[in-house]
Design a protein around this ligand. Sequence first.
Ligand code: FAD
Length: 344
Amino acid sequence: MGLEEYRGVYVFAQQVDNELSGIAFELLGKAKDLAKDLDTDVTAVLVGSDVKGLVDDLAKYGADKVIVVDDPELKEYRTEPYTYALASVINEYKPEIMLVGATAIGRDLGPRVSARVQTGLTADCTVLEIGDFPLRAIPGKEQKHNQLLMTRPAFGGNTIATIACPDNRPQMATVRPGVMQKIDPIEGAKAEVIEYNPGFTPDNKYVEIMDIVKSVTDTVDIMDAKILVSGGRGVGEEGFGMLKELAEVLGGEVSCSRAVVDNGWQPRDIQVGQTGKTVRPNVYFAIGISGAIQHVAGMEESDIIVAINKDETAPIFDVADYGIVGDLNKIVPALTEKLRAVVK
Ligand code: FAD
């Protein structure tokens, strides 16, 4: 593999029902930083059917080029044709870096594509940067420059590992939604559009989609909430009623720790943390949450963190901007009453 042939930072621009997913813009934001360090450009790979109308949005959020693979076979996401599409783009255009969202689609697609193009993939990265590998020079061992350094929690979140892929290309990583930040849109930006179709033959080995049933939910995605009132094991099952009241007064949403989900008190789609969602609200209330590393990984980027806990040594206080030590059963109702009076 001639590594020097591989150039550019590529992003899989996920779309569903011809609507770009937020992760596509977040990855473009990160790709722009990486491309600047490598003195190269950013390419979005847009795969679907009738998706050309989405190109300008990708340009607005940082894509210099968009490779469009447009084919009726790609209308709905299916593993086989999408893998073929993205692997063909990689083989044809040879990107140095390929970023994919760690969404349900990306988690299925990314590893398949990496295996098909014979490279590695680091899943669920929390930090991506360009640097030297090995990080510190080791006598007698070549130190390679301008490598993608992919950092992610390892060993159940007990340590943080930085991983590189020095001998294969592209360097592939998946990143969970909410971890990277999109850039402010550049109005009127245009991208170079490259239409590429490797040729799809309807294949009886493809999965056949008989029907699509969409789940309907009336809850707001916690990743979009500006204020989150998050409860942990200390709240107890009944205590979530109290948290809902506080959230209502503040115009926020309720979220929770994994202990709460594991106990069956709240649904998994409101879990914050390493195996839940990554959130960045303006205000995050951590109530009866100890602050385990796996929880903190999902909320430490919040603008303001308010912790309520009866144990003054709880690690949550290490990341909190404001801490209240005491019994949440007394503090939360009192806080709700005070705020109700102010908000009215
Ligand atoms: P606890 O740790 O039991 O803390 C309860 C807290 O409530 C305590 O600090 C206690 O002092 C306080 N408290 C109790 N009663 C009161 C009261 N009356 N008033 C005030 N305070 C009170 N966890 C996540 O949250 N999200 C994840 O995504 C996640 N992923 C994980 C992935 C892996 C691989 C592993 C191994 C673990 C993961 N965990 C995750 C679990 C994590 O390690 C912790 O076990 C979990 O976060 C603990 O939840 P908690 O803080 O609600 O409960």
